[in-house]
Design a protein around this ligand. Structure first.
Ligand code: FE2
Length: 335
């Protein structure tokens, strides 16, 4: 049997700069996805937390259910509708942002088994930070999904996690990263399509969300930090992780600058070292194509409805019976 030796290709540069394409991505990918909001310990009664994903604003509210301090979490969109959520056995809260998303299990098959290995409520919430960057959401995800850039962009990080060992395992709509594949239990690094990540190592845990805006060249970055340490020890950890995030931010702005000026149009990906990028880009492409087909069918159906309406009104104009006058059941002739 012949095997294909074709290398995976990147999405074209226009996908990083086009407003209509983002609107298509919004319906195809963002409205159909699940989002990691955080570990349940982030949410306390009387302290609602707000989020915004692809133009959908929502609020997480914790309500005390009994005197033991247990609370129930609800996620409500700003228009008042209750959103579907999923809380994992080990304490992570996920949400949808529209009714078009599938079930959690269908969207992230097999994920619960991996999450069951870590108690996400064990590291107290310490700090959040958010800011906007001049890059497309995929520019940031491209960087997260590979570590070829690590050696020259993150010199301090590369000492701790030598990129020679780095590997990404792709699952359906989520990916697991291994800093050293020989030590698979060393930390937990996950990417959830389209824009959430979870990074657990030792006593520290960070989440970040890559939130698109209506301008495809602007993305809001949101980070949450959790750590068993407080005070000076936490500040040391924070300084290190912020340094890595700042280095990524600068790299993304330069990459976007090149994309917007035609320096880069399209290319091939390394099938081993960039398998994470190839996977998520392919998934985005598939979802966008599915949406495009759905849109075309809807447009065709709409055109048929309009044509029937026009025929009916012409018929009425000629004094004929209109479509709506016709009996639903066919008439039966009796001989
Ligand atoms: Fe990076």
């Amino acid at each position: 049997m012949a095997t294909s030796t074709a290398l995976p290709r990147t999405l074209p540069a226009s996908w990083y700069t086009s407003k209509p394409l983002y609107q298509l991505e919004r319906r195809a990918v963002f409205l159909k996805s699940w989002y990691l909001l955080g570990p349940t310990i982030k949410f306390s009664p009387g302290e609602p937390v707000s989020y915004e994903f692809a133009g959908v604003s929502l609020t997480v509210t914790a309500t005390e259910t009994d005197e033991s301090g247990a609370s129930e979490l609800t996620v409500v969109e700003d228009n008042g509708s209750l959103l579907r959520t999923h809380t994992t056995a080990t304490g992570l809260l996920f949400t949808t942002i529209s009714a078009t998303a599938s079930s959690f299990e269908d969207f992230f098959p097999g994920l619960e088994d991996i999450l069951a290995k870590v108690d996400f409520t064990a590291r107290p919430y310490r700090r959040s930070i958010q800011y906007e960057g001049h890059f497309n959401w995929k520019t940031m995800v491209d960087g997260y999904q590979e570590c070829l850039h690590c050696q020259y962009t993150h010199p301090a990080f590369s000492v701790l996690y030598p990129p020679t060992f780095y590997a990404v395992q792709n699952h359906h709509t989520w990916c697991q990263h291994f800093a050293d594949p020989k030590k698979p239990e060393d930390g937990l690094f996950l990417y959830f399509l389209p824009g959430c990540t979870l990074n657990v190592y030792g006593g520290g845990m960070s989440l970040f969300r890559v939130c698109p805006t209506a301008d495809p060249g602007t993305t809001r970055m949101e980070f949450d930090y959790f750590n068993v340490d407080n005070g000076e020890k936490f500040e040391e950890y924070y300084k290190f992780v912020r340094q890595v995030a700042q280095e990524d931010y600068e790299l993304c702005e330069v990459a976007q600058y090149n994309l917007e000026r035609g320096v880069y149009a399209e290319g091939v990906l390394n099938p081993v070292k960039e398998n994470g990028v190839a996977y998520y880009q392919q998934r985005v492409l598939e979802m966008v194509l599915e949406q495009h087909q759905e849109d075309q069918q809807t447009r065709k159906a709409a055109a048929v409805i309009v044509a029937i309406g026009q025929q009916a009104s012409h018929a009425e104009g000629r004094g004929e019976r209109s479509f709506t006058d016709r009996p639903i059941r066919p008439e039966i002739r009796v001989q």
